[in-house]
Design a binder for this molecule. Structure first.
Ligand SMILES: *Cc1c(COP(=O)(O)O)cnc(C)c1O
Length: 492
């Protein structure tokens, strides 16, 4: 077991269940977040059941810190039990140090980390703690406006490429109005939503399929087109949902490397074979934010082997603004073997609701729809989607603000001398300093880890609200300066 303070230790299950060792260390109190048999020598045990495997609810932080404060004030020695790989207990020890020993959260985490080298605390875990103290700070401030805040924390969540302005207010209103009807099943065919989309896209409604997020439609497309060993060409790096859907469908993945950050259409053409069943393209691409040109798209479409389909993921299309975009709608109208996916999780700000759509030649759209379980898209998602699509104001404001802030963010990165890829979307891919994720999290900024995308050393930062982007740039600047000073301090 490792002591964080003379009265507070952190240990694994073996420590927590070893009565003799606990007695030798003078530990008489045990705190655990997982069920644990209480050794005979332990007088008091607090077990806090926390459903979330990562984040901590406010009540748990409150309860644990109060418990630790009481026990240690009375001179008892406490062991916090910590399961392998889960760093909630050490994080709670840091909360205790922050509240009761006057350390800043960063200092508290550093202290705990030096007593017990823990894996970098999960971003969501840190987020829950920062949010908790930010809320407390706000309450404390309201209670006593004269006192100086001990620290100012506001967590900038720039990991999910969501709309930082929130959902369309009209969507929220539509949801409120639909609440009283929730005892009824949703419209099975999502007819109103498909009709609204048909008008926007100038396509017959028979060409449109609704999904529980675009991710569900990615799954259905892989199942329909490449199940059971069919070859699918997937850009590399790319959104991980394509590969996971391919795995579930039993498809055979052929990675297509990007050149730098760009699609090189020849890399796709070279890999087409008579066995190719599906080719995946995203424009703007995630995680690079780059576009495929309409001429490259046309070459690829025209080179498709017999029976193969082309999937175009346009989750970020609105953000690309005036740049030259692929007109896949025209392809679908002409009956080309093209499936287009879009999402309401991004500009429309409905990521938590799960609704997206696809369009394709009618036979394909019907086949994809036939693969869906019944009632896979709920009433609230359907009515909110109709309202959000009609809310031109929210979309235009969101897109304009994103474009402004994206420019400011990229200009800031350029000033810091950071390698980044100019983006047409609502995020930017960049090469991060060492341990960027954890060090940014310690500064209350969450960004996306690119390890799962196969890009170690990189991070993807979403374009947030102006103060969030400023906070990110300031934090990144600090890391770069720290590393610079550190390098200078090491004699050559
Ligand atoms: C965010 C995102 C989506 C949208 O997924 P939903 O399931 O609609 O939330 C689709 N494709 C890519 C590339 C994305 O980044």
């Amino acid at each position: 077991m490792d002591f964080v303070t003379p009265l507070l230790a952190i240990g694994g299950r073996a420590d927590a269940e070893d009565g003799a060792a606990l007695r030798a260390a003078g530990v008489d109190t045990l705190l655990s977040l997982a069920p644990l048999a209480r050794p005979r020598d332990v007088g008091v045990q607090l077990s806090v059941a926390v459903a979330d495997r990562v984040a901590l609810p406010d009540a748990a932080i409150r309860e644990v810190v109060d418990f630790l404060a009481q026990r240690t004030a009375a001179g008892h020695r406490v062991l916090m039990h910590c399961e392998m790989g889960i760093s909630r207990s050490p994080a709670l020890a840091a909360c205790f140090l922050h509240e009761c020993a006057g350390l800043t959260l960063d200092e508290a985490f550093a202290r705990v980390g030096s007593a017990r080298a823990i894996a970098a605390p999960d971003v969501a875990l840190l987020a829950s703690i920062r949010r908790y103290y930010a809320a407390r700070l706000a309450t404390d401030r309201a209670a006593d406006r004269d006192s100086d805040p001990p620290f100012a924390v506001q967590f900038a969540d720039l990991a999910g490429n969501e709309n930082p302005f929130g959902p369309s207010p009209q969507a929220v209103q539509a949801i409120t109005q639909a609440l009283a009807g929730l005892h009824r099943y949703p419209d099975l065919g999502a007819d109103a939503l498909r009709e609204a989309l048909a008008q926007r896209l100038d396509l017959p409604a028979s060409h449109i399929v609704i999904g529980n997020g675009a991710c569900e439609l990615i799954d259905l497309t892989l199942r329909r087109c490449a199940a059971g060993g069919g070859e699918v060409l997937i850009p590399d790096p790319a959104f991980p949902a394509y590969r996971s859907a391919a795995r579930r469908a039993g498809a055979h993945v052929i990675p297509v490397p990007l050149t730098g950050a760009d699609y090189r259409v020849e890399a796709f053409l070279e890999r087409l074979t008579p066995a190719t069943r599906l080719v995946v393209v995203a424009s703007p691409h995630n995680p690079t934010g780059t576009l495929m040109s309409p001429s490259d798209w046309a070459r690829l479409r025209d080179a498709l082997p017999e029976g193969a389909w082309l999937l175009l993921d346009e989750a970020y299309r609105d953000y690309a603004g005036a740049q030259e975009l692929i007109d896949a709608c025209a392809d679908v109208r002409r009956g080309a073997r093209v499936i287009v996916l879009r999402s309401l999780s991004k500009v429309e700000g409905l990521a938590g609701l799960r609704v997206g759509y696809g369009f394709a030649p009618a036979v394909m759209a019907q086949e994809l729809a036939a693969l869906c379980p019944q009632y896979h898209v709920g009433t609230l998602a359907q009515v909110a989607a109709v309202a959000a699509l009609a809310d031109e104001r929210h979309r235009a404001d969101s897109v304009a603000a994103n474009a402004r802030e994206r420019e400011a963010l990229m200009a800031g990165l350029a000033r810091l001398g950071v390698d980044f890829i100019p983006s047409a979307a609502n995020f930017v891919l960049l090469r991060g300093p060492r341990d960027a994720l954890a060090r940014l999290a310690a500064r209350a900024v969450a960004v996306k880890c690119m390890a799962r995308y196969g890009l170690p050393g990189h991070i993807r930062v979403s374009v947030g609200l102006p103060p969030e982007n400023a906070r990110f740039l300031a934090a990144l600047g600090e890391l770069i300066r720290e590393d610079h000073e550190c390098r200078e301090a090491i004699p050559a």
